[in-house]
Design a protein around this ligand. Structure first.
Ligand SMILES: NC(=O)c1ccc[n+]([C@@H]2O[C@H](COP(=O)([O-])OP(=O)(O)OC[C@H]3O[C@@H](n4cnc5c(N)ncnc54)[C@H](O)[C@@H]3O)[C@@H](O)[C@H]2O)c1
Length: 359
């Protein structure tokens, strides 16, 4: 019995600062760091040395290595789709940083390849596995707020770097996954989306009074229709810069306030006519750190169950994000072509049992 052997593809900031610290501590019982690779070999070598990864490979060697069961794709967004596709076609399971792909067709195609290959495909964020978000889901499923009618979220964070506003990034594709993922986890799939926002010039960060035209929208007000009948509103912006993000779920008999899904911290809060309480949170997987989604995939492989950030879920969330961009571009509402089940909630904590992967 062994741990799940993974290959890290892309050894930049998020690998160094988030995933590798998690994989060498919180999730070291689930995953084995088998190899790493980067387009810049020195970046891979530095990570290998710092985190004790035994093999430094080229990206091509990593994708072809039969010792690797799952590829964690932490490269830049522009490279995600191609590397995800190659990894799936090489028979690997794939966990990818956001976004999964940059178009609806690409996302759907990846989902199809994963299904044909019988491989798991997941995309960040995995913050929905965090304790406060799971606690909110548990309360909703128990009917704590009655029938859910609306969900609302606003995310704004000032980012002045001109290179951030390239087509593969910007607030819709970079922040959006956190909020869209949590909304679909809590309320289920979306059938229709409409987004408003006018292009603006943004100030350069070089101290001059010059401006630049972003290549992707910096502000969007989004309306969502869920298949359940509930509605949603979502603001994603780098222009309106008071960063106080979170999500509110409104039901026929109460409200749950959920902390920012860009983080794992905080507690969800339930308010009804009878109650005004923080929701308790104690779940089987220690899902409070980046990389929890990979640990869940390891458990899913061992237990022969679907992973929580399931293939259809990640394709649907990606389609939703690119549909927001499409709606901003065309000025029209977009009907989604994909759907998914809500990801299964986390099991409550029981007696600890050590991880063992059967291969
Ligand atoms: N930095 C953050 O705070 C942060 C937070 C959350 C999510 N993310 C996501 O993580 C991903 C990576 O972001 P980052 O900040 O670590 O970027 P980064 O630029 O620091 O690192 C990316 C690494 O990928 C490598 N790379 C690029 N193309 C490649 C290819 N084709 N093959 C192999 N290696 C390749 C680069 O050489 C680089 O070392 C992005 O999708 C980003 O959205 C980043």
């Amino acid at each position: 019995m062994s741990r799940l052997p993974i290959g890290i593809l892309g050894c930049g900031a998020i690998a160094r600062n988030a995933y590798l610290p998690s994989f060498t501590t919180h999730y070291s019982g689930e995953v084995e760091l088998f190899a790493c690779a980067d387009a810049v070999p020195a970046a891979a070598a530095a990570c290998a040395e710092k985190f004790g990864i035994p093999r430094v490979l080229s990206p091509e060697e990593l994708l072809a290595d039969p010792g690797i069961a799952l590829v964690v794709n932490l490269t830049i967004p522009e490279a995600h789709e191609e590397l995800n596709r190659k990894a799936l076609l090489a028979g690997k399971h794939v966990y990818c940083e956001k976004p999964l792909a940059l178009s609806r067709a690409e996302a759907i195609h990846l989902g199809k390849i994963a299904a044909e290959q019988g491989r798991m495909l997941a995309v960040a964020p995995d913050t929905i596995l965090g304790a406060p978000h799971q606690a909110a889901r548990k309360a909703l499923d128990a009917g704590a707020v009655g029938t859910v009618r609306h969900v609302s979220a606003w995310c704004s964070l000032h980012i002045g770097l001109e290179r951030y506003y390239r087509p593969a990034a910007g607030p819709i594709l970079d922040f959006g996954p956190y909020y869209v993922g949590l909304m679909v986890f809590l309320l289920g799939p979306v059938t229709r989306v409409a987004a408003l926002g006018a292009p603006v010039e943004l100030p350069k960060e070089d101290g001059t009074k010059e401006t630049f035209a972003p290549q992707t929208p910096s502000h969007a007000a989004v309306a969502l229709q869920f298949a359940s009948g509930a509605t949603g509103t979502l603001g994603l912006s780098t222009d309106a810069c008071i960063y106080e993000s979170g999500i509110e779920v409104l039901g026929t008999s109460g409200r749950i306030t959920v902390p920012d899904p860009n983080k794992f911290e905080g507690a969800s809060h339930l308010k009804t006519y009878q109650e005004d309480v923080d929701l308790p949170a104690d779940f089987a997987l220690d899902g409070r750190h980046r990389g929890a989604g990979v640990a869940d995939m390891a458990w899913a492989l061992r237990d022969r169950r679907p992973h929580r950030l399931g293939n259809a879920f990640c394709v649907h969330c990606t389609e939703l994000l690119v549909s927001i961009l499409e709606s901003l571009d065309t000025g029209r509402a977009v009907d989604l072509s994909t759907t998914c089940e809500r990801p299964a909630p986390m099991a409550p904590r029981t007696a600890p049992h050590p991880f063992a992967w059967a291969g």
